[in-house]
Design a protein around this ligand. Sequence first.
Ligand SMILES: C[S@@+](CC[C@H](N)C(=O)[O-])C[C@H]1O[C@@H](n2cnc3c(N)ncnc32)[C@H](O)[C@@H]1O
Length: 280
Amino acid sequence: MNSTRNEYVKETPEKPYYGYRIMSYFTGALIAGGIVSITLAIVFTAWSSILYWCLGVILFASGVFLHLSMGWVNNPEKIELVKDNFLDQLGNIWDGNGKVLDIGTGLGRVAVEVAKQFPEAQVIGVDTWMKGWKLFGMTKSGAEKNARIEGVSGRCTFQNGSALDLPFEDGEFQLVVSSFAFHEIKVPDRMVLLKEAIRVLAPDGVFVICDPLSGSFLKAYNVKNVPELLEKVQQVGVEDVRYESFKDAGVNLGGLAHLWEIGYLSGMKGGEDEETTRSK
Ligand SMILES: C[S@@+](CC[C@H](N)C(=O)[O-])C[C@H]1O[C@@H](n2cnc3c(N)ncnc32)[C@H](O)[C@@H]1O
């Protein structure tokens, strides 16, 4: 019996884990809480019933909204689509050589993929891995484990550091990427994140940032619309600034995911600009 179990363990290859399982648990808990509350509303009478109805409807609606707008993060097909499309974006603007930085790398999803896809690349994933994100399973050891399982740990390493003050010299990287991280960083003007990303890029180096860029997400850059954002980015010494929405790039995440208006912001670092050079 024991030997069979051991053989099974040996034969089961370790798989990398990049998911957000906790999101499904959270969505499930909201919907279940809503159903319980509505049931209690039917059982109780008068004020308690009204309160349970209100609570139940709010919880249930929040759970359904979360599922429709964010459910894709646990859908293997959608995750594969996002991954492939990101790599396509890179293939369009980068030759695959040099040092790469993945800002807010989490479990190293993008960093590891870039290392796998581009065998000449040296990739570093940087993250703060703060307490809150650890609850989501985002840890440095998790990222390192994924790189090991995928066979790229020699070229894909991870380092503690904040996107607000990257622990790297000016001009160290040929490519800077970031996926779904910038919107999580609360600062009065998210342009500081872009400037810091551009600072560590070598002249002619390129960046691709994948993030929601609509409504309040755009306001965080102190701009009203995407053209204004592109202009602002151009002003800090970036050439060939582009924005391509997931929709235009052919990424359909289904449900209400389009509400976030996710897309790619990309560009190439031009000549030296004072604003994107660290003052010593
Ligand atoms: C939604 S996760 C995205 C993770 C990964 N890029 C992906 O696409 O799966 C956001 C990540 O941003 C990281 N983060 C938050 N604030 C940060 C900061 N100031 N500097 C660097 N990373 C940060 C979090 O720790 C978390 O891993």
